[in-house]
Design a protein around this ligand. Structure first.
Ligand code: SF4
Length: 361
């Protein structure tokens, strides 16, 4: 790591601000400085790209125009509107933070780093983005885009998540953030990472920082940041049952805590090590009080951040009299026709299971 880069920090801000004036993106959350809207956009953008976020952001604002409306909703409503954006803990934290802002802060977002970080789902970088964009305060951000730009700008040729690198990047981010126009600077450096200094094929020839950038000078732009060695991702196997009665299918809501909380799914069971799908589905049938052996309808695959899931899907049609006593009506399990399944907040893997209903081959 070069501790004495051959350029002044002020020059970086000046170049970025000039470039942003010409090339900054016109995004819905750029037309406001309202802390509620900035916070909402920053939470949505934490793990999701701009083009995916825009329609969700607009739907959320139509349904929840302000933090009071969001706090007054149920967490179920929020999760339903969030369905498809992934990383659902963000939706639960969003609702919890809205309730806290309304109940404890009179409905006003705090303009202080520590107070913002005390709200659920707001880390240091998100707090910095809210402070700089909504309140025009000098506060550094270090999201994925900014991290990549800084690693290249200073040619940090070390594991990007190492504690020493993390510390240095925060110091650099702080030193570069200008006292004048911090809200424009924050958006400029995020835009540069998203549109020019991209993960692959950075466009150094059009970059306003090209003359300063150490990675560009050393021919390392494509190489940095160094990839973290990947851990093998385990495979989890599951069986799922499309259980049909009078044209309706049984679905259950997952608990409100834990992974995929509050989302819906078909009856399912995880396979044990070496267990055949047929054995597991037989056990599930016994559990549901249903007789018989089923035909496998197909398989679906879904990737999560820390494991891959393979689901063997079976279908059976039963008469009313054959439905076992284990299947309780009402929450959290209900029978729904395909038209209602289409609008249900199933989790991603079971959306793919549902799709097999339309194409059973
Ligand atoms: S010159 Fe290239 S590597 Fe350096 S900041 Fe610009 S786009 Fe990124």
């Amino acid at each position: 790591m070069n501790d004495n880069p051959p350029f002044a920090g002020e020059e970086v801000a000046a170049r970025l601000l000039a470039w942003y004036g010409r090339c900054g993106r016109d995004l819905p959350w750029r037309r406001t400085r309202e802390p509620y809207r900035i916070w909402l956009s920053e939470i949505m953008l934490q793990q999701t790209g701009v083009s995916t976020v825009i329609p969700y952001y607009e739907r959320f604002l139509q349904r929840f125009a302000d933090v009071q409306a969001l706090a007054a909703a149920s967490v179920d409503e929020v999760i339903e509107l969030w369905a498809g954006l992934g990383y659902y803990s963000r939706a639960r934290n969003l609702h919890a933070a809205a309730c806290q802002v309304v109940a404890e802060l009179g409905g006003r977002f705090p303009a202080d780093l520590q107070d913002l970080m005390a709200l659920p789902g707001i880390g240091r970088s998100t707090a910095g983005a809210i402070l700089s964009i909504a309140f025009d305060k000098k506060a550094p951000i270090l999201d994925g885009n900014v991290r990549r730009v800084l690693i290249r700008l200073y040619a940090v040729d070390e594991p990007p998540r190492a504690a020493a690198v993390e510390k240095l990047l925060w110091q650099r981010a702080e030193a570069l953030t200008p006292a004048e126009r911090p809200h424009d600077y924050a958006q400029a450096i995020m835009d540069l990472g998203a549109t020019v200094c991209t993960p692959r094929n950075p466009d150094c020839s059009t970059c306003p920082l090209a003359a300063l950038c150490q990675a560009n000078r050393l021919g390392l732009a494509e190489e940095l940041p160094r990839r973290q060695p990947r851990k093998p991702v385990p495979l989890v196997r599951q069986v799922a049952l499309l259980l049909e009665r009078d044209g309706e299918f049984l679905v259950s809501k997952r608990p409100l805590q834990g992974m995929l909380a509050g989302l819906w799914e078909f009856p399912c069971r995880q396979l044990t090590e070496g267990q055949a799908a047929e054995t597991a589905i037989d056990e599930l049938l016994v559990e549901l009080g249903l007789p018989g052996r089923l035909r496998e309808l197909g398989r679906v695959r879904h990737a999560y951040s820390h494991f891959r899931l393979e689901v063997a899907v079976f279908q059976v049609v039963v008469d009313d009299g054959l439905v076992g006593g284990q299947i309780a009506e009402g929450e959290p399990s209900v029978w729904l026709p395909p038209a209602e399944l289409a609008g249900l907040a199933l989790h991603g893997a079971h959306k793919k299971v549902r799709a097999l209903l339309a194409s059973p081959d």
